[in-house]
Design a protein. Structure first.
Length: 56
């Protein structure tokens, strides 16, 4: 999670370290859910590429 993402999606003011931490803690469930979904999507893409590659 980047500082820029916390600022853009969670309304944190730039250069507010404590605000970044509070925003991450408040959004932790959403952040982790998004990360899990992204990881699952990437794994599926890799598996699909392997299936296509092995069919050649």
């Amino acid at each position: 999670m980047s500082v820029e993402a916390l600022e853009d999606h969670f309304g944190v003011v730039s250069n507010d370290r404590d605000g970044w931490i509070r925003a991450f803690d408040r959004g932790r469930a959403r952040i982790l859910d998004t990360a899990r979904a992204y990881r699952a999507e990437q794994a599926e893409r890799m598996a699909a590429q392997c299936r296509v590659g092995s069919a050649r």
